[in-house]
Design a protein around this ligand. Structure first.
Ligand SMILES: [Zn+2]
Ligand SMILES: [Zn+2]
Length: 318
């Protein structure tokens, strides 16, 4: 099969080995997949991953032990878990001690003709969601995770830091939850998109951090993001950290202690809520698509997605 593989360097392999069948898993034919910041960070060394990249996808079921999935178009949760460890048994299976993660940790991803996942990871996609929207189910679920982790009662001062792919999803989810959310970013065209969605926005250059925000969600994908978030949040406020980064940066933790700030890491989220939001047109994802490219152009597509200001680049497998 064709695949985009990272193995110290990124290469397109026209004759990659098919994914090895595992017990009870489902074989999928990928229709489209989205490039995300995590894929780019992997090419910079994040997670030391080697293999087929890609974890945001829509696919057709080819072969499955689950009757309900036959003939379905699906999206897939990315954590492949054991179901037996202490964390799985306590309902924290996304943190399974024995997990592998699609295209990120010990499991080949979706930038390929075929991918395999356990049936339990898969969600059938209703007809009301088209393929372009469906590739956003995984990152949109990650945006919904913020609501699971932080109480937002509609009266809070909430800032989303970063106007990239994930920031623009988080901002829409928080707005829909009734938050007076504000986006801070560097790109006028993306801030204009926020205005169109009736979400307040400010250019980063205009910001003087005042330790006055109840919640700051860092979606910058940069080491500087957390530093700024800590300066923006009020004493006893919460910083939600969404960025995944290959390299750390020394951070002065004194303000965290002095202001008694809570820092919450945030990763994967609820697929069901993302599917419902897309199905009910509550979130605009189509405006985030920058370009569609063929899988063969994968290297070029990753280069494009790396450029500042470029939103979602989609790889098509047809
Ligand atoms: Zn992603
Ligand atoms: Zn487990």
């Amino acid at each position: 099969m064709r695949a985009l593989v990272f193995d110290n360097s990124l290469r397109f392999d026209p004759r990659h080995a098919e994914p090895a069948p595992g017990d009870g898993d489902t074989l999928l034919r990928v229709r489209q997949a989205g490039i995300c910041a995590t894929d780019i960070e992997i090419t910079r060394g994040y997670m030391s991953f080697r293999g087929v990249l890609g974890h945001e996808f829509v696919a057709d079921v080819v072969e499955t032990p689950d009757k309900n999935l036959v003939g379905q178009r699906v999206a897939g949760e990315i954590n492949i878990v054991c179901g037996r460890c202490d964390l799985c048994l306590s309902g924290l299976s996304n943190h399974c001690r024995n997990r592998s993660v699609l295209g990120i940790l010990n499991h080949d991803g979706a930038f390929a003709d075929h991918v395999r996942l356990p049936a339990i990871n898969l969600h059938a996609i209703p007809r009301t969601i088209d393929d372009d929207q469906a590739v956003f189910i995984e990152p949109l679920a990650a945006a919904f995770q913020v609501l699971k982790q932080v109480k937002l009662d509609g009266r809070k001062w909430v800032t989303v830091l970063g106007d990239g792919r994930l920031g623009l999803l988080v901002a829409q989810v928080l707005r829909n939850a009734g938050c007076p959310v504000r986006v801070i970013g560097k790109h006028p065209d993306k801030l204009a998109l926020c205005e169109r969605w009736h979400i307040r926005s400010r250019p980063l250059d205009d910001i003087i951090p005042r330790h006055d925000q109840d919640v700051v969600v860092d979606c910058t994908g940069s080491a500087e993001g957390l530093e700024l978030a800590v300066q923006m949040v009020r004493p006893r406020g919460t910083v939600v950290l969404k960025s995944t980064l290959a390299s750390g940066k020394p951070l002065n933790l004194a303000p965290v202690v002095i202001d008694e700030i809570t820092i919450t890491g945030s990763r994967c989220g609820p697929f069901r809520e993302a599917i419902r939001a897309l199905s009910e047109r509550q979130v605009d994802v189509t405006s985030l698509i920058y370009r569609r490219m063929k899988l063969e152009q994968g290297i070029e597509a990753m280069d494009l997605a790396r450029r500042p200001g470029v939103l979602k680049v989609i790889l098509t497998m047809e």
